[in-house]
Design a protein around this ligand. Structure first.
Ligand code: RFL
Ligand code: PHB
Length: 388
């Protein structure tokens, strides 16, 4: 098989890149280890920045997101028994949309298939070859047959545990990372929303987040030990922890409902630089991870592939490699802003077991400073909506 661009991984990065390339007349093949049903059902992110919504719209896949997603003009910070609104739109002129990542995936897969796009699901033994030559290729097994896909470029969109990043020689690559001593316990609940907007709660028992998925399904998280097991958490124990951490003035109360999914995720910050080696380019979680506190992961994946699509378009239509050569630096600039913000939000809102009494007081003072200073609220809002 031969194509112009071989894309490894059908997450938001790989699927959107394939579609953006198609719109520019560039051919690609997407290889994915999991099944279509599996990628369309995996619950992950929920927040799209305005810039991400705009890209999905421009790519012609934003229609359902606009119709079914919930536009949010602000969110709340809760601490010390009080809630404080961060008015995103008043502070930045922008908003965010809560629209689940798996719905973005469903829309992108449908658009690719409707356009005759080549998506190969359940590909196994995916391996990259010759990425430092002008003729890279990817070998894999599909429906029991060993195959080789020849391409001009290979784009690694295969997430943090994929095969692409390790294909960049260790001597070329620098990895920066930080692992946090806590995780998030996430649940999906059948209930009406408890709040019109997301609530990020700081509490001495640990962080909690009240998010939503739809008018009938809510997404809640609370800080936990990353080594803990979901089986240790009965529904009653989960509710009592969430109530304790989100309790606030004015008679507001979290709605309970049937919990139908529980999971625990670890938290890390990670950056691989450069995001390119020869004819191999990385995009999305394959190159960088942020803790979910700032809701940046899917948005970074989308902004990486927008840069890459433009660079590949310049290469195929004008024969210039300038944008390809500038891709890693341009992407990393935005990545580091998001890394900084995600780390800052994480530090601001979580309880660190080893924090001294002094550090705990300073953390509270920083929260007070954020909610009482318009300049601080504006900086938070600009970072949250992605106005950088
Ligand atoms: P993905 O989505 O991980 O997709 C990679 C795909 O590659 C496949 N794959 C391979 N395919 C072929 N060959 C191989 N060898 C392969 N190895 C892997 C995988 O099966 C998969 O289908 O990466 P991508 O496209 O870079 O997208 C990144 C986002 O998924 C991720 O950053 C976000 O989910 C992070 N995130 C959030 N981001 C936001 O922007 N807003 C949020 O509100 C938000 N909340 C979250 C999150 C992530 C979370 N978890 C579960 C880590 C909340 C959570 C709980
Ligand atoms: C989510 O709804 O899954 C979500 C929302 C905001 C975050 C992280 C996750 O910061």
């Amino acid at each position: 098989m031969r194509t112009q661009v071989a894309i490894v991984g059908a997450g938001p990065a790989g699927l959107l890149l394939s579609h953006l390339l198609h719109l520019n007349g560039i051919e690609s093949v997407v290889l994915e280890t999991r099944s279509r049903a599996d990628i369309e059902a995996t619950i992950r992110a929920g927040v799209l920045e305005q810039g991400s919504m705009d890209i999905l719209d421009q790519a012609g896949v934003g229609e359902r997101m606009r119709r079914e997603g919930a536009l949010h003009h602000g969110f709340e910070l809760a601490f010390g028994g009080k809630r404080h609104r961060i008015d995103l739109t008043e502070l930045t002129g922008k908003a965010i949309t809560v629209y689940p990542q798996h719905e973005v995936i469903i829309d992108l897969v449908a658009a690719r298939l409707a356009a005759g796009g080549q998506l190969l699901f359940e590909a196994s033994e995916v391996a990259l070859h010759g990425t430092d030559t002008a003729q890279p290729s990817v070998t894999f097994s599909h429906q029991g047959e060993a195959q080789r896909l020849l391409a001009d470029f290979v784009i690694g969109c295969d997430g943090f545990h994929g095969v692409s990043r390790p294909a960049i020689p260790a001597g070329v690559r620098q990895d920066f990372q930080r692992t946090y001593p806590f995780g998030w316990f996430g649940i999906l609940v059948e209930s009406a929303p408890s709040s019109d907007e997301l609530i990020y709660a700081q509490h001495e028992r640990g962080f909690a987040l009240v998010s939503t998925r739809s008018p009938t399904v809510q997404r809640l998280y609370f800080q936990c030990d990353p080594q803990d097991h979901v089986d240790n958490w009965s529904d009653d124990r989960i509710w009592s922890e969430l109530h304790a951490r989100t309790a606030s003035d004015g008679g507001w109360k979290l709605n309970e409902g049937r919990i139908f999914q529980k999971n625990i995720i670890g938290m890390r910050s990670f950056v691989c630089a450069p995001m390119r080696s020869g004819r191999l380019f990385l995009a999305g979680d394959a190159a960088h991870i942020v803790p979910p506190t700032g809701a940046k992961g899917m948005n970074l994946a989308i902004s990486d592939v927008r840069l890459l699509a433009r660079a590949l378009e310049a290469f195929y239509q004008r024969g210039t490699e300038e944008l390809l050569d500038g891709y890693s630096d341009a992407a990393l600039k935005r990545v580091w802003r998001a890394e900084y913000f995600s780390w800052w939000m994480t530090r601001l809102l979580h309880t660190f077991a080893d924090a001294s009494p002094f550090e705990r007081q300073v953390q509270r003072a920083e929260l007070e400073n954020v909610v009482s200073s318009r300049a601080m609220r504006t900086a938070l809002a600009e970072n949250y909506v992605g106005a950088f």
